[in-house]
Design a protein around this ligand. Structure first.
Ligand SMILES: [Zn+2]
Length: 85
């Protein structure tokens, strides 16, 4: 494992939790499927849907949270018709 760390070095570097359809957004009453994980220096993880990631990312960063997992690229994943070009 040779991942480069550009986030705050104070954030624990243990693996981010897996995200799947059972993991739900931590924002209030949202309840949508979570696609991202933020972690602070205490190792506290918060998960958010794509909408709430966009909405809260700036505030989270200011509170010392780092984006440690971003699966938003998997949303609406479709086989590419030009995959073998
Ligand atoms: Zn949400």
């Amino acid at each position: 494992m040779a991942e480069t760390t550009e986030e705050l070095s104070a954030v624990p570097q243990t693996p981010a939790p897996e995200l799947n359809a059972t993991v739900r957004c931590d924002a209030g009453k949202c309840g949508a499927q979570a696609w991202t994980v933020f972690r602070n220096f205490k190792g506290q993880d918060l998960v958010f849907c794509a909408h709430d990631t966009t909405k809260h990312q700036e505030a989270l960063m200011k509170q010392g949270f780092a984006l440690i997992r971003d699966d938003r690229g998997k949303i609406n994943t479709k086989p590419s018709p030009s995959a073998n070009v």
